[in-house]
Design a protein around this ligand. Structure first.
Ligand code: PEP
Ligand code: MG
Length: 619
């Protein structure tokens, strides 16, 4: 079973048993593309194509001593561009044959240019001989090749409008732009020109791009690249924007002035929809709005099982714009405040004052409900330009970033970053109940080192006469690697609480990159290994009498809620929009029944059998 099959919470309409949005079959004149359902819901609107801003090349020259590093940057961008194109190529099979025939040769031509081509040789020579920066070298070489192609053709062929050479020149420039984009890591940024109700169409949206989307303006999103479990998807779901990612052929098929329907539940994008498709999409939009209203009524009801066991349902917060959604959802706190947003889309590290203001805003808005602030989790797919600009992380990404200097590892290496964030949290904590959480802990020594820094920061503040909460806010650990789960006993002796991050736990346990489309079918949180690690962690927490919650995407899936209750979890944190459905699941069951289900599930070796048991339980 693939992960996309495994995400009914995100892709199904919110009320169990509610009518799914039904679209008629393909209608004459329209074009349908298949992608991955990233956020449930339907949107209809005019296309807004994310225009790339001109490449921001901040450095045109390098010093002779930097030649090897600059060449290595170029190599890394080539590798990344190749990976992107190969991924796209792998997805072509979902397209009709004629579209495959159009797009495949183009992708092959791009891939060839990223091999030992004139473009790459020329760019490297420009770095070595002219001391050009990698992006300047690529742009200059791509332009030189394109100009030469057109000039040579003009000499021997009088028809300047012949398509061949122009197309080749465009291809060279396009691959040059891709390389420069990967070198500069430029987000698209330019969403402000979109008319309200537009559907954003882009080649790819990075998490930092997604963080800039205003849900009041952008009704839906469709992209050519991307998967359903990456951070971009998480942000889009948090914003509640119906989205389809990874729809190959999208950019080639879309024309200026098109209208489009994005069906984020089915993973279908319909360009130039017929009147019948438009009507059906409008009905689906209205249906989703009604369902949201129905679920809204659950807001004030408690999350208690039929046998009176209470569960704590909190919200994950990606961006401050989600705060009103958290209030509407009926969440009883913020169980995971991801602080990466503060560091994204900027060139400088946020100051202590700026961070304090952001945390205080969240804490004050939650008006006495608890807020768990996770300190910066840089690394993996979460690229943050400001850290590169400040020289705190290497410009050339590690070969295997998921296994590199991620989360708490970076914070311990760059203590100044950690200290500033802790001081800002301690100051903001005067405004309400707060907990501090460490990401990517794998070893007890990291917890000890982090606590020593925490106490030092607190002492320095007290010495300066600042008032900080006493006792200090609890310091907890995420459990998101098999190593952490299997040594949960030792970690529980040092941590004040645990939060199980099943997104990474699943990725590291099954060795499947959650943003990697080709292996997405292997990413399965119901795999027995993942479930055993969760059980191990919960039991260790209970033995040591510390709180344990679960805050990965798994917490948002109401069909898994009974299993997690049966495993002993009573505290969950999820995207705000999922809270009502999970509450409904809690309110419809008893702990006895959940424990019986869990007992059966933990005997299974096949996740699809587990899925059947969960489905039967829900009926
Ligand atoms: C997780 O890994 O499950 C988690 C909650 O952290 P993130 O998704 O931010 O890596
Ligand atoms: Mg994680």
């Amino acid at each position: 079973m693939s992960k996309t099959d495994d995400a009914p919470d995100q892709t199904a309409p919110p009320t169990p048993g509610a009518e799914p949005p039904t679209a008629p079959g393909p209608q004459p004149g329209e074009r349908r593309l298949v992608g991955l359902p990233a956020c449930a819901g339907v949107a209809i609107g005019p296309v807004f194509r994310a225009v790339e801003p001109p490449a921001q090349i901040t450095r045109s020259k390098v010093h002779a001593a930097d030649i090897p590093a600059e060449t290595a940057r170029l190599e890394a961008a080539i590798l990344q561009s190749r990976r992107q194109l190969l991924k796209l190529r792998g997805r072509l099979s979902v397209l009709p044959e004629d579209s495959q025939g159009e797009i495949a040769p183009l992708l092959d031509a791009y891939l060839q240019m990223l091999g030992p081509s004139r473009l790459i040789r020329g760019a490297k020579l420009r770095i070595q001989e002219r001391l050009a920066s990698a992006e300047t070298a690529v742009m200059a070489e791509a332009n030189a090749i394109a100009t030469a192609l057109l000039a040579r053709h003009a000499e021997c062929n009088p028809d300047p409008t012949a398509p061949g050479p122009q197309r080749q020149a465009d291809e060279v420039r396009e691959i040059g732009r891709r390389l420069v984009r990967n070198l500069t890591r430029a987000p698209f940024r330019s969403y402000s020109g979109a008319k309200p109700g537009s559907v954003l169409i882009a080649e790819a949206i990075r998490p930092s791009d997604a963080a800039l989307i205003d849900p009041a303006r952008i009704a839906g999103v469709a992209t050519e690249e991307g998967g359903t479990d990456g951070h971009t998807s998480i942000i889009l779901r948090a914003l509640g924007i119906p989205s389809v990612l990874g729809a190959p052929g999208l950019l080639q098929s879309v024309q200026p002035g098109d209208s489009v329907v994005v069906d984020g539940s089915a993973g279908i994008v319909t360009l130039r929809p017929s009147p019948a498709s438009q009507n059906s999409a409008r009905r689906a939009v209205a249906g989703f709005a009604r369902e949201r209203q129905l679920l809204g009524r659950l807001r004030r009801l408690p999350a208690v099982t039929l046998d009176a066991e209470a569960a704590d349902l909190q919200a994950n917060l990606e961006l401050p714009v989600e705060l009103p959604l958290v209030a509407q959802s009926g969440a009883s706190g913020i169980g995971l405040l991801r602080t990466e947003f503060l560091f994204m889309n900027r060139d400088t590290i946020p100051s202590e004052d700026e961070q304090e203001a952001a945390y205080r805003n969240v804490i004050e808005t939650m008006a006495g409900d608890p807020v768990t602030i996770r300190v910066l989790d840089w690394g993996g797919e979460k690229e943050i330009e400001a850290l590169v600009a400040a020289g705190l992380v290497p410009e050339i990404p590690d070969t295997n970033p998921a296994l590199g200097l991620r989360g708490v590892r970076l914070l311990l290496r760059r203590a100044e970053l950690f200290e500033t964030q802790l001081a800002a949290i301690l100051r903001a904590a005067r405004a309400g109940p707060v907990r501090v959480m460490l990401p990517m802990v794998t070893d007890v020594s990291e917890l000890r080192a982090a606590r020593a820094i925490y106490q030092r920061v607190a002492q320095t503040m007290r010495d300066r006469g600042e008032t900080i909460p006493s006792p200090l806010p609890e310091l907890g650990s995420m459990i998101e690697t098999p190593g952490a789960a299997l040594s949960a006993d030792a970690l529980a002796a040092e941590a004040d609480f645990f939060a199980i991050g099943t997104n990474d736990l699943c990725m590291y346990t099954l060795a499947v990159d959650r943003a990697e489309l080709d292996v997405a079918h292997l990413y399965d949180p119901l795999h027995p290994a993942v479930l055993r690690l969760i059980r191990e962690t919960v039991e260790a927490a209970h033995r040591r009498n510390i709180a344990v919650s679960l805050c990965g995407e798994m917490a948002a899936n109401p069909s898994i809620t009974p299993l997690l209750l049966g495993l002993g979890i009573r505290s969950f944190s999820m995207g705000a929009s999922a809270v009502p459905r999970v509450k409904q699941a809690v309110r419809s069951t008893t702990i006895d029944d959940c424990q019986r289900l869990t007992w059966q599930v933990m005997k299974q070796s096949d996740p699809s059998r587990t899925r059947e048991l969960l489905d039967q339980f829900g009926r």
